[in-house]
Design a protein around this ligand. Structure first.
Ligand code: AMP
Length: 291
């Protein structure tokens, strides 16, 4: 990860949709392909890996930094969500992004705004049950960002696996002319998936949070050793969380990678997902088993 404190080239920051369109149109006229990386800021190496994937392909890389109010529930962490724009800009400049779009909420949701995307079926289980309305907000803002930036390719993380399926399905269903690429989850050396919300964790909670990735790695190991029973693997995952003292588990799930339907048998590639509360912080993680 580049050092946020080192001097970096300046990076254009725009806050209005009009400025974004103008800058992107100029890049396109100059023959550039456009890469879009939507984020909520508080950037870490996971976000930057998406930027790097776009930059490596020579794209004019636009990063959006917007804490989207419509994807947060009324009792969620919208107001506390970390906002670190100056640091984000340094990191993005060092990573080779060429434009940042960081609008105020009123730019995206002006007075009178009332049109929302009804998300696809794949939004219903898992996060959809735990966070009603979340994917409606995600799909709406992402479609707006697609219309504003008109990217050739948009980059998302496997870390938010269900979100990537929702976006892919929306793009297919609504004929949005963008290619969606899903990049691998970046982890700390000890396995913890990078997340902006990790900043909320105390040292003790950080140790506890490791149980999420540990449960996924334990599942992968069982499958690698020939275990095919989802019930056995599910139980093992829950044990890892319980042993760490995590008692607020939203879900532990073994599902089909395309439909998110629960599976009983692990003979085919399966996604293991976990969502749990560590202290006051809700964390999610997932891993492809048998892929
Ligand atoms: P967020 O700022 O949390 O909305 O995330 C913005 C994008 O970064 C989403 O496509 C996420 O899936 C992706 N992302 C978040 N964490 C990671 C990670 N640890 N590794 C790779 N991508 C990530």
């Amino acid at each position: 990860m580049p050092d946020a404190s080192s001097p970096t080239p300046s990076l254009p920051l725009v806050t209005s949709g009009g400025e974004l369109r103008t800058a992107v149109a100029a890049a396109r006229t100059a023959g550039r392909s456009i890469g879009l990386v939507p984020t909520m800021g508080a950037l870490h190496a996971g976000h930057l890996s998406l930027v790097t994937a776009s930059v490596a392909q020579g794209r004019y890389t636009v990063v959006t930094v917007f804490v989207n109010p419509t994807q947060f529930g009324p009792h969620e962490d919208f107001s506390q969500y970390p906002r670190t724009l100056d640091r984000d800009l340094s990191l993005l400049a060092a990573a080779g992004a060429e434009l940042v779009f960081a609008p105020e909420p009123g730019e995206i949701y002006p007075p009178g705004f009332s049109t929302f995307i009804e998300p696809p079926q794949v939004a219903q289980p898992l996060e959809g049950l735990c966070r009603p309305g979340h994917f409606r907000g995600v799909a709406t803002v992402v479609l707006k960002l697609f219309h504003l930036a008109q990217p050739d390719v948009a980059y998302f993380g496997h870390k938010d696996y269900q979100q990537s399926l929702v976006i892919r399905r929306m793009v297919a269903d609504l004929n949005v002319p963008v290619e969606v690429r899903v990049c691998p989850t970046m982890r700390e050396p000890d396995g913890l998936a990078l997340s902006s919300r990790n900043a909320y964790l105390s040292a003790a909670e950080r140790r506890q949070a490791l149980a999420l990735s540990r449960s996924l790695f334990a599942a992968a190991e069982l499958v690698a050793c020939g275990e095919q029973s989802a019930a056995v693997v599910h139980k093992r995952m829950q044990q890892e969380l319980a042993t760490a003292g995590i008692d607020r588990i939203d879900y532990v799930a073994l599902v089909d990678p395309e439909t998110l339907a629960e599976v009983a048998n692990l003979s085919r590639p399966t996604i293991a997902l976990v969502a749990a509360h560590v202290g006051r912080t809700r964390l999610i993680d997932n891993l492809l088993l048998g892929g």
